[in-house]
Each structure stands twice: as structure tokens, then as C-alpha cells.
Design a protein around this ligand. Structure first.
Ligand code: NAP
Length: 280
């Protein structure tokens, strides 16, 4: 079974558009884009386009590659105070001279629609879901739910422990709540004999950024695979999983593109609308 993120995301977005356009007051999402990273430019453009489609007012503050941290913090402060802005997204990765943790922690947690503020991450860790859930993990859980893939009682193995994907996913999947109750193993670049772990997975989630890294020899038959990776290979985009070769073995798998990516954008739009509702 192919887990069609594009189709599920489209349904979520059309429903959101319907709700948003019913109101004369519109949600506002503000992007802060620092530097000239090609992929970041593209991601922000894609998100802006989606905002326009849904009727969300989007604004972008572009700042130079060598922007000073104090100028970014003052832009965040201004956006925190702006009543027309419901969500603030600082596009990462930021240029190396900037302290990403410090910058993200200055966003008003009530406008942190990316769900990366320490307060929102902390809430999630203690099982309080009144904050915002990071978009990629949220999108993955929604996708699994829509396809009736219940992680309860399953062994979920996550490859990659980033703050953006691996860690929050592990936190969410281990919670005692619906779409949780999994036994979670998290692996990373210092895990010896990775295959030993990946072969035990009922559900394998891979977020490492290495094209076609997970081979068919590394999984057991009947695994559900969620491939988060986005890698450029010649002029194509491929995932972290060797899709064509694992396909005959798996129970279900997300394609790249068209799997987790669209679900991430849909979750960002959902979080923005949620913030708008809470603030109004
Ligand atoms: P990241 O911050 O670079 O983290 C990568 C993680 O992978 C690290 O924890 C690293 O381990 C681990 N890793 C690297 N090589 C490994 C190996 N050989 N074996 C086991 N673990 C290994 O990346 P990220 O932000 O999580 O993103 C990962 C991928 O997902 C990228 O391709 C990114 O573009 C993509 N992504 C996609 C979406 C989407 O919406 N589809 C959203 C976010 C990210 P260490 O911690 O030990 O270094």
C-alpha cells in the first residue's frame, strides 16, 4: 500500500480553505527567511503559495545572509506584538553564525506554529497537547491515522534524532494516548549495527537525509515505512529509503515526493488556523 500524503493533505487543505474563507477576518502567518539557501527559499515560496490558496495572509521578512542576531530578535519581537500575525515561522537551517535555539526560543509560544519553542516541546513531552505539535511529526501521525495504522503495541524504530523530526516523533509515539502507546527505539549515526534495530521494526520511520540509505536487507517483510528524507539525486527528489527495492517487501510505504512533504505543509496550515481560532 502506498501512503498517499498528497491526497490526504489535499483533503485537509480543502476543508481548511472552506473554514477560512467563511470568515471575513483571516489568519496571518509571518515567515522570517534569513540568507539565500536555495532549498529554504523554495520551501518558503511553497508555503506562501499554499497560504494564498487557503486565504491565509502571508508575509515574508527577508534578511541577509550576514544578518545580526539582534536584528532577527527584534523582527521576532515586532511580530510577537503584531495582532494581525497568528503564526511566526523562522525558516531553518539558519546561517552558521546564528544561535538557532536562542532565536526560536524568542518566538511567542502562542504563535509558534512550527512547534519548536522549548515551552511547546516541553508540554508535549509531559503529555500536555495544548501547545503546538511540530509540523512533520504531526503530519506523519495524521497520515498514519487516516490509513488506520495504529502504533499502539507496535515496535516503532526511528532512524534520526533531530529536534525537528526524530525526537518529537519519539515523544509523541510513546505517549499514553490515541496514536501513541508504541514501543519506541530511536537510532542515530552512533548506533552500531543499525540493521539489527531496523529489522525489528513494525513501523520504521527514517529521517536522516541520505538518499536510498535503507535497503531491502535492512527490513523485515511486512514493515510499514515512513520515509521523511528529501534528497536531490540528479534532477530527481528521492527519499532515505531504497523505494523500488523495498516496495515488494513492505506492508505500506510513503513515496518521496508525495508522502510526508505535503503532510508537513498541511500541518503548518492547520496549526496556523488553530492559532487564529485560539487568539480570536
Ligand atoms: P538532521 O537534523 O540533519 O538530522 C539527521 C539525523 O540523522 C541525525 O540525528 C543523525 O544522527 C542521523 N543520521 C545521519 N546519518 C545516519 C546514519 N548513517 N545512520 C543513522 N542515523 C544517521 O536532519 P532532519 O532535519 O531531521 O532531516 C532529515 C531528512 O528529512 C532530510 O532529508 C530533510 O530534508 C528531511 N525532512 C523532510 C521533511 C518533510 O516534510 N518531508 C521535513 C523535515 C525534514 P546524529 O544525531 O548522530 O548526527
Amino acid at each position: 500500500m502506498i501512503l498517499d500524503g498528497k491526497k490526504i493533505a489535499l483533503a485537509i487543505l480543502e476543508d481548511l480553505k472552506h473554514k477560512i474563507t467563511k470568515n471575513s477576518v483571516r489568519p496571518g502567518l509571518h515567515f522570517i527567511l534569513v540568507g539565500n539557501d536555495f532549498a529554504s527559499e523554495k520551501y518558503v515560496m511553497r508555503k506562501e503559495k499554499m497560504c494564498n490558496h487557503l486565504g491565509i495572509r502571508s508575509t515574508v521578512k527577508r534578511m541577509p545572509q550576514l544578518a545580526l542576531e539582534k536584528d532577527i530578535l527584534s523582527e521576532i519581537e515586532k511580530s510577537n506584538m503584531d495582532p494581525l500575525i497568528d503564526g511566526i515561522l523562522v525558516q531553518t537551517p539558519l546561517p552558521g553564525h546564528l544561535n538557532t535555539k536562542n532565536i526560536l526560543s524568542k518566538i511567542d509560544p502562542n504563535k509558534d506554529v512550527d512547534g519548536l519553542h522549548p515551552q511547546n516541546v516541553g508540554k508535549m513531552a509531559i503529555g500536555d497537547f495544548s501547545g503546538f505539535i511540530p509540523c512533520t511529526p504531526k503530519g506523519i501521525l495524521t497520515l498514519m491515522e487516516k490509513y488506520h495504522i495504529d502504533p499502539q503495541g507496535k515496535h516503532v524504530v526511528i532512524v534520526g534524532r533531530s529536534n525537528l523530526v526524530g525526537k518529537p516523533l519519539a515523544i509523541l509515539l510513546m505517549q499514553n494516548r490515541p496514536n501513541g502507546n508504541a514501543t519506541v527505539t530511536i537510532t542515530h549515526s552512533h548506533t552500531p549495527n543499525l540493521s539489527y534495530f531496523t529489522k525489528q521494526a513494525d513501523i520504521l520511520i527514517v529521517a536522516i537525509g541520505k538518499a536510498r540509505f535503507i535497503k531491502k536487507e535492512m527490513i523485515k517483510p511486512g514493515t510499514v515505512i515512513i520515509d521523511v528524507g528529501i534528497n536531490r539525486e540528479n534532477s530527481n527528489i528521492v527519499g532515505d529509503v531504497d523505494f523500488e527495492n523495498v516496495l515488494p517487501l513492505v506492508k505500506a510505504i510513503t513515496p518521496v515526493p508525495g508522502g510526508v512533504g505535503p503532510m508537513t505543509i498541511a500541518s503548518l496550515m492547520e496549526n496556523t488556523y488553530e492559532s487564529f481560532l485560539r487568539r480570536n
